[in-house]
Design a protein around this ligand. Structure first.
Ligand code: NAD
Length: 475
């Protein structure tokens, strides 16, 4: 198992306090990894800065070639990556292998292609005798800070556009889930010139904090909590760094009375609980029309009872445990507080599962009101709330009444009505009659406190590059 950080071309162990890396399925310690020291963080940033001089001047075709090689290696070693991710996150192995790894490979291939078709938007004579042109250039050293829910995928979403645009990167995985990123570092060192990608380990308040304040870091990319995003903004303000923030969500799901109920239930069962609900786009906040509400709650409750977890045979598992005991305690306390309200009924699950590991029962919270905490705050666990609305206007107003603005969905057999609703939702993405479908060509990112950085798509390439004007006098 790879356990060393990548600084320039060197593999080095951190020299500071170790972090226990746990297997969430059992709670057992996999290994302990010391975090980077301040001089090691400086060395990683220095290596990235040195590499920037040459990397930023490579042609798009060259950068594309490197990214394609990285994608090929991940694809070739898919089973090993999937095993590591499954071990470190507790996810079902098959879900990582079949869902995550192909998407990771695809997004790297997308950016390999996109790097080659980026164009300046204008060239011409805007003043007599002067030709102006627009360039898109890289920014410099990017500090990329990733969360624990999809460690390798978040790494790919960050390094793909950053490297394609000609930046160099210091990547810090979550202190809880560094294993696939360390394997990625091993492969990257065989492919990229030294210093183009560096990986440092450590906690947010120490290593993360040092990176976001580092004077040689030109851009910070974070996927994480709103509170962490605010710290990034405060740090960035001191030296005016660029920021790219993806900060959680609380996706509303509007189900009109005319929706296809079986499709809704299939969608909610899958995408309300995928990754044990530790997903910022999880279909977790249902607003059901007055006529469909009772059947939706009954059918969802029955369907959620069939979600497989905790089986010895991993192929029977649809979801895994939560990432940590702490996260499980957080989810449990949300559900306990909801249970205290007399209007709420927990119709499925509702408790930590028995046995070892950090499992929590897939849960349905019916009868929730718009003002309830369970409707308003991100739980980040296998917990879906259902709220009855009486008028479509009310559903749209409630859906938008949130500090989050990442993802949403609308379910109706009347496509005009669904489209009209989609135009009024204040979310980075609205799915109609589906949820959680991602495409590398399409942007993923939020509004409001969900942040503003776009992942995937040409918009990510724009976020990780800067527009410049060059003017030539010829007269
Ligand atoms: P987190 O904010 O605690 O941690 C995310 C990363 O930030 C980790 O690497 C952590 O070490 C680092 N960090 C923490 N404090 C820091 C600090 N002071 N300075 C610098 N770095 C710091 O979030 P988490 O608990 O790992 O992840 C879950 C959160 O991420 C959820 O809120 C979830 O919604 C969000 N998320 C958002 C998206 C999205 O696309 N919008 C995707 C995945 C996860």
């Amino acid at each position: 198992m790879d356990a060393k950080m990548l600084i320039g071309s060197e593999f080095v162990a951190g020299s500071e306090r170790p972090e226990k890396i746990l297997a969430p399925k059992t709670g057992a310690t996999i290994l302990e990894l010391p975090e980077a020291s301040p001089p090691q963080i400086d060395a990683a940033v220095d290596a990235a800065e040195r590499a920037f001089a040459a990397w930023s001047r490579t042609t798009p075709a060259e950068r594309s070639g490197y990214l394609l090689k990285l994608a090929d290696r991940i694809e070739a070693e898919a089973a090993d990556f999937a095993r590591l991710e499954a071990l470190n996150c507790g996810k079902p192995y098959g879900a990582v292998l079949r869902d995550e790894i192909p998407a990771i490979v695809d997004v790297l291939r997308f950016f390999a292609g996109a790097a080659r078709v980026q164009t300046g938007s204008a060239a011409g004579e805007y003043l007599p005798g002067h030709t102006s042109m627009i360039r898109r250039d890289p920014i410099g050293v990017v500090a990329s800070i990733a969360p624990w829910n999809y460690p390798l995928m978040m790494a790919a979403w960050k390094i793909g556009p950053a490297l394609a645009a000609g930046n160099t990167v210091v990547l810090k995985p979550s202190e809880q889930t560094p294993l696939t990123t360390l394997k990625l570092a091993r492969i990257a060192a065989e492919i990229f010139p030294a210093g183009v990608l560096n990986v440092v380990l450590g906690r947010g308040e120490s290593v993360g904090n040092a990176l976001i304040h580092h004077p040689k870091v030109s851009m910070i990319s974070l996927t994480g909590d709103i509170a962490t995003g605010k710290k990034v903004l405060a740090a960035a303000a001191k030296s005016v760094k660029r920021t790219h923030l993806e900060l959680g969500g609380k996706a509303p799901v509007i189900v009109y009375d005319d929706a296809d109920l079986s499709a809704v239930i299939e969608g909610l069962k899958t995408f309300g609980y995928y990754n044990a609900g530790q997903d910022c786009t999880a279909a977790c906040r249902i607003y059901a029309g007055p006529k469909i509400y009772d059947n939706l709650v009954a059918d969802l409750t029955a369907a959620v009872g069939t979600i497989g977890y905790g089986h010895e045979d991993d192929e029977q598992n649809h979801i895994g445990p939560l990432i940590s005991e702490r996260q499980r305690g957080r989810v449990a306390s949300f559900v306990e507080r909801a249970r205290e309200a007399s209007h709420i009924e927990i119709t499925a699950g509702g408790r930590p599962a028995s046995g070892s590991g950090f499992f929590f029962e897939p849960t349905v919270v019916a009868g929730a009101l718009q003002s309830d905490e369970i409707v308003r705050r991100e739980v980040f666990g296998p917990v879906v709330s259902v709220t009855r609305f009486s008028e479509p206007e009310q559903a749209v107003a409630w859906a938008n009444d949130s500090e989050y603005g990442l993802a949403s969905s609308v379910w109706s057999s009347d496509i005009s009505r669904a489209m009209e609703t989609a135009t009024r939702l204040q979310y980075g993405c609205t799915w109609i009659n589906c949820h959680f479908m991602l495409a590398s060509e399409m942007p993923h990112g939020g509004l409001k406190q969900s942040g503003y950085g776009k992942d995937m798509s040409v918009y990510a390439l724009e976020d990780y590059s800067v527009v410049r004007h060059v003017m030539v006098r010829f007269a």
